[in-house]
Design a protein around this ligand. Structure first.
Ligand SMILES: [Zn+2]
Length: 289
C-alpha cells in the first residue's frame, strides 16, 4: 500500500463572549515521503458544530488532542458576526463575511426582496447565496468534490451542486457519514473527490440543550471524538492518496444565567407590530410595514 499522509489542523471558533483571537505555536506535522504523489492530495474538512475551543481538554477528547498534537492547532479564532451556525459555516467555506456571502443569520428577512430566509432555504432558492464555496472552487479547477452535509452544501451555488452530496437530515447516522467519506476517498482516481466536507451537529445540540458543562455535552464530545479518530485511522490504513484532514468548529457555547435572560413579553411592546426572527442569544425585531 502506498504511504498515506494525514495533516491535521484544529481550528476552533469561539463564542461571542470573547472576541480576541490568537493562534498557538505550530507543531510540525508528521509527514511520510510519497514520491511522485505530490499532486494526489485530497482535503477532508470536517465541522463539529458548537465545539467550544476548550472542549478537547474539558471533555477529554483524546483523538482530537492526538490529531492536534500531530498537526496545527489554533487555540481559538474570532467567529464572524452573528455567531450563528449558518453565517459562520458559509464564511468558513467561502472566505467571505456574512454581508458578502448573503447569509446574515440563521433566520432573517430582506426588505428589498420582501422575503425571509431560514436555514437550508438555499436548496429551494439559491439566489440567497453569494460567493464560491470550496467545493465549487475545486470543481471549477476540474476536480470532483463531495459533501456529507455542510450548511447549504445541497444548494446550487453558481449553478453547481457538489459532484456528490446528500440533502441534509439531522437524523442521518454518524457512522454512515464516516463510511461514505472513506468510500469516496477510495474511488478510482477519475471519480474520487479531491475535496470532501463533513458535518456533525450533536455537540451543538447538547450544548444548547444542557450547557457546555453538562454530562450530555461530555458524552457528545466523546462520541464525535471517537468517530473523528476512526476517520483519521481509516484514512491512514485504507486510503491510497495523501489526505489533509482539517477539523473546524463554527462557534463556542457559554453557560446561561436564567436570572439574566430577557423575555420578549417583558419589553412592553406589542409583538404583533413586529416580525420576530431568531431566539436565544439574538432576537431580531422587524417593524411590520
Ligand atoms: Zn453552530
Amino acid at each position: 500500500m502506498m504511504t498515506t499522509r494525514v495533516l491535521s489542523a484544529l481550528l476552533i471558533f469561539i463564542t461571542t463572549v470573547f472576541s480576541t483571537a490568537f493562534t498557538l505555536p505550530v507543531k510540525a506535522a508528521s509527514v511520510k515521503a510519497s514520491p511522485g504523489q505530490a499532486s494526489e492530495q485530497s482535503v477532508v474538512i470536517f465541522s463539529l458544530d458548537g465545539f467550544r475551543w476548550d472542549y478537547i481538554e474539558k471533555h477529554n477528547a483524546k483523538n482530537l488532542a492526538s490529531l492536534a498534537a500531530q498537526g496545527v492547532r489554533a487555540e481559538y479564532l474570532e467567529p464572524v458576526y452573528p455567531t450563528k451556525t449558518f453565517p459562520n459555516h458559509l464564511s468558513i467555506v467561502t472566505g467571505l463575511l456574512p454581508s458578502n456571502h448573503g447569509i446574515v443569520g440563521n433566520h432573517f428577512c430582506d426588505k428589498d426582496r420582501n422575503q425571509c430566509y431560514k436555514m437550508g432555504h438555499g436548496q429551494d432558492d439559491s439566489s440567497w447565496l453569494k460567493g464560491i464555496p470550496l467545493w465549487n472552487l475545486a470543481q471549477m479547477h476540474g476536480l470532483k468534490a463531495a459533501t456529507y452535509f455542510w450548511p447549504e452544501s445541497d444548494a446550487r451555488f453558481n449553478g453547481m451542486t457538489p459532484s456528490y452530496f446528500y440533502h441534509y437530515s439531522k437524523h442521518s447516522d454518524y457512522q454512515q457519514r464516516i463510511d461514505q467519506i472513506i468510500q469516496w476517498l477510495k474511488l478510482p482516481e477519475q471519480t474520487r473527490p479531491r475535496f470532501v466536507a463533513g458535518y456533525f451537529s450533536l455537540v451543538d445540540t447538547m450544548g444548547h440543550d444542557f450547557g457546555p458543562d453538562a454530562q450530555q455535552t461530555y458524552e457528545a464530545v466523546q462520541k464525535v471524538d471517537k468517530l473523528i479518530g476512526q476517520l483519521a485511522r481509516r484514512i491512514q490504513r485504507e486510503v491510497e492518496q495523501d489526505v489533509n484532514l482539517i477539523i473546524v468548529s463554527d462557534h463556542g457555547m457559554a453557560q446561561l444565567d436564567p436570572e439574566l435572560s430577557l423575555q420578549l413579553s417583558d419589553l412592553g411592546i406589542d409583538l404583533s407590530d413586529f416580525i420576530v426572527k431568531n431566539s436565544g442569544t439574538q432576537v431580531w425585531l422587524g417593524v411590520v410595514s
